[in-house]
Design a protein around this ligand. Structure first.
Ligand code: SF4
Length: 166
């Protein structure tokens, strides 16, 4: 079981699977997210796979403003993702509600309803910034694993310490 867990963790770090959810953006941010998958940026060459099922996703990328209608869907998707899960909020709308924040039906940024680990500002952010956000998310991922002492690297480090002591 331990080996399986370690393999899973290493696989996630080497090939994170991400789910993209549009909370109701103007599609500017979505176009930039999609640009990351085109041959120009081609994030799949780094092992990053875009999936459609939250149960398969390690990272959740959220674009757009959270409103009273879509917040339930966002929470539902987040709850279906396996731990440890990382959320990346993209664009001014995802960060704070952006230009729509004063609208009657707007809740605000993504962090008003689910925990956000990485914020990518911009209106819209460039694909390079989004890729940078995903890389930061992977570091968060590693830190989260190590914090709870579940990380393969953390365990290796502990094993090395034990060896040094003996
Ligand atoms: S941040 Fe800008 S580009 Fe992105 S969804 Fe909001 S208005 Fe559109």
């Amino acid at each position: 079981m331990g080996i399986f867990k370690n393999i899973t963790e290493i696989s996630r770090m080497k090939s994170p699977w991400l789910l993209h959810f549009d909370c109701g953006s103007c599609n500017g941010c979505d176009i930039e997210v999609l640009a990351c998958l085109t041959p120009v940026y081609d994030v799949e060459r780094f092992g990053i796979i875009h999936v459609g099922n939250p149960k398969h996703a390690d990272l959740l990328l959220v674009t757009g403003t959270v409103n009273h209608r879509n917040k339930k869907v966002l929470v539902n998707l987040h709850q279906q993702m396996p731990e440890p899960k990382i959320v990346v909020a993209i664009g001014a709308c995802g960060l704070s509600g952006g230009i729509f924040r004063e609208a009657y039906n707007v809740v605000g940024g993504v962090d008003q309803v689910i925990p956000v680990h990485v914020y990518v500002p911009g209106c819209p952010p460039k694909p390079e910034a989004i890729i940078d956000g995903v890389v930061l998310a992977l570091k968060e991922f590693e830190a989260k694993n190590e914090k709870y002492g579940q990380g393969a690297r953390g365990k290796r480090r502990e094993a090395n310490k034990e060896q040094e002591k003996s």
